[in-house]
Design a protein around this ligand. Structure first.
Ligand SMILES: [Zn+2]
Length: 402
């Protein structure tokens, strides 16, 4: 039962090295993930190449490929060009399989239909009503409409990225100071309404998974991703595994106190990293720099900074310094190879990047400083990440739509 227990807890993560030490039952699932991952990154690919790249026996690869073909995760088509001999059939991800994904934020949800390659077929923004059930019902209704419009595709399930922590054991939202949905069974509700399997995870985990599945983090095994929005969330990759911690609460760096006598935080304490590095903090810096100006949104602040308006540039720079002050905790506690910075501030990287990179250089106690990487695809990262959350938990033993 080890394999099932691990999967239900949501901690089984794609990790090629892991296959070497896995028990036989778990190994079958892991090998399946490994093969699927190689198909995804190398497609179209032959069975012989899958065997060579995975190090698995040709017979094992064939058996897994048959299973994946039967379950429609992959499709066969086209032949490789070879000068002579038998031409192998090539395998690719099934382009007909798609997922519904949602990036839930405090005020709105971004909904999308995405295929196994991370390509978007549809995307919509939905303002959120107050109250979990009302908001989720509207979200489900809109998703069903999107599904009806893509009826030629097979829907594998629903992946949801949330601005809070999800307990891996209970699959409940346990900590979300900026979204009052804790205590509501989000996963169960959406599953019941759509009839599809549903996977949920924290937005930072989703972003990090997106970087691992669809981004440029090939080969990196120790990393942290910090996402800067209304709140500050983080995700930790340690030796190739995402770290959940007890109750899924690991990585709450946003609530490490940096200014003991600082401003009150949504969590109830004072001077957390979030209070000096979030988008809210940036808007506060702007109000302080330009007290006579009316209130603006963070998007507007970024526009003004891009145009070179001094108060806006100052506010973004101040936010970047706030971000920099927290990096030391991450470097000291995790010694990551890379720190991925995620959030809309990435679009002002010409202003924020040098400040954050300098802080990362100064954060290291000895040796080489971690590489600072701005996240690849901004808001699409969470949506792709929601897809990755679903993919890696569903592809192991379950058929699409079972
Ligand atoms: Zn806090």
């Amino acid at each position: 039962m080890a394999a099932n227990e691990r999967k239900e807890r949501g901690i089984r993560r794609v990790d090629l090295a892991y296959a070497e030490v896995a028990s036989s039952e778990l190994a079958r699932d892991v090998n399946r993930d490994v093969i699927l991952e190689i198909v995804r990154s190398r497609q179209p690919v032959s069975r012989a190449d899958l065997s060579r790249l995975s190090g698995l026996q040709p017979s094992t690869v064939s058996a897994i490929a048959e299973e994946l073909l039967r379950d429609k995760w992959i499709a066969e088509g086209g032949t490789a060009t070879r000068p002579r001999g038998r031409r192998p059939m090539m395998l690719s991800l099934n382009p007909e399989l798609v997922m519904l994904v949602a990036d839930v934020r405090p005020m709105q949800a971004i909904l999308a239909v995405v295929d196994l390659n991370g390509r978007f077929l549809a995307r919509e923004v939905l303002p959120l009503a107050t109250g979990a059930e009302k908001a989720l019902q509207a979200m489900v209704d809109r998703m069903q409409e999107m599904r009806a419009r893509q009826s030629s595709h097979t829907f594998v399930g629903v992946g949801i990225s949330l601005p809070g922590r999800v307990d891996p054991a209970t699959q409940q939202l346990v900590h979300a100071p900026n979204l009052k949905w804790t205590g509501f069974d989000i996963k169960g509700f959406v599953q019941k309404q759509t009839g599809l399997p549903v996977e949920i995870d924290n937005a930072a985990n989703a972003c990090l998974l997106s970087e691992l599945w669809f981004g440029r983090m090939d080969g990196i095994r120790d990393a942290a991703l910090v996402t800067f929005a209304e709140g500050v969330g983080a995700s930790i990759l340690s030796n190739g595994h995402l770290i959940a911690g007890r109750g899924g609460l690991a990585g709450e760096f946003g609530h490490i106190p940096i200014e003991p006598e600082g401003l009150p935080c949504a969590c109830g304490f004072k001077g957390c990293w979030e209070t000096i590095a979030s988008t809210r903090a940036a808007l506060r810096y702007f109000a302080e720099a330009a007290p006579d100006q009316p209130k603006i949104t963070y998007t507007e602040l970024l526009h003004r900074a891009a145009e070179g308006q001094p108060a806006a540039v100052q506010a973004i720079s101040e936010q970047a310094r706030g971000i920099g002050r927290g990096l030391r905790f991450i470097t000291a506690s995790l010694s990551p190879e890379a720190i991925v910075i995620d959030g809309d501030i990435v679009s002002a990287w010409n202003i924020a990047g040098p400040i954050i990179e300098k802080a990362a250089q100064q954060s290291v106690l000895s040796g080489v400083a971690p590489r600072v990487i701005p996240s690849t695809d901004g808001e699409l990262g969470r949506l792709r990440g929601a897809a990755a959350v679903l993919l890696q938990r569903r592809s192991g033993t379950n058929k699409p739509e079972d």
